[in-house]
Design a binder for this molecule. Sequence first.
Ligand code: GLN
Length: 292
Amino acid sequence: MQTRRLPAHERAAIGCWATGRDRSWFAARTPEEQDQALSAGERALVALLTARREAGLPLAYLLGFREFFGQRFFVNPSVLIPRAETEQLLEAALQVVSEVVSEVSSAVASDPAAESRPALQVLDLGTGSGCLAIGLDVAARAKGWPLALTAVDQSFAALQTARNNALWHGAHIQFLQGSWFEALGQSESRFDLVLSNPPYIAAQDPHLSQGDLPYEPASALVGSQPNADGLDDLRVIVGQAPRWLRPGGWLLVEHSHDQQPQVISLMQAAGFAKVVGQADLSGTPRLVKGQL
Ligand code: GLN
């Protein structure tokens, strides 16, 4: 087998997926012992996946899933592969939700006329695999936080993938197709939180030809209209968000490593207060949040 060029964890992931065996089975055997124990069909599948991976196809697309925030999400070339750095956006969203839930709870507790806590309205723009909306739903259910989630994507194929993921995780999410807030049409909805990991890579960024990126949907990386600074979609989202947020509602967006000052300015110009940037776990500036 031509497996030596792949890192050990990728070989293990392919072996486990193709044969249904677990990591300890592979760890306890030499490559020769593994080869001997596998059936001809298993060996062929391992060889095929290995060759495709060595040719550059993303591991997540070959296996059909990626772990994100401790959960498994189905992926395919119609959706961006969930990134570790985007877990920071989910953490930040959970922090906002937790604060809003405790504010609402104490308001309800001090008002005898109030009957119950209303569900917080949350909107995920450009949901892709659905990892953010579903990750929020899973975490909110575990905490007993009442959330009503809406997730938007322009791509029908992406929405199908997100729907499958929502079914798999038992998440109740309203999915809408369309470009950013346009998907909401004439809706009267107002949101407590809007979050988005939009396309933000500049049209000429050399990273676009590296790693997994050439295989991912360009619409999720550079947007449907590639642009020089990568900020066009963030301009639309930040500019239109105030019309869709309740007073006091929050906007949270992910951005590229060098875009934080511009995104902070965009949010301030759109009327947001408490605008702060945060870094991801590698220390790279990665998201901005602001309150209306
Ligand atoms: N963070 C991703 C990358 O740099 C891009 C995702 C995006 O554009 N939203 O590969």
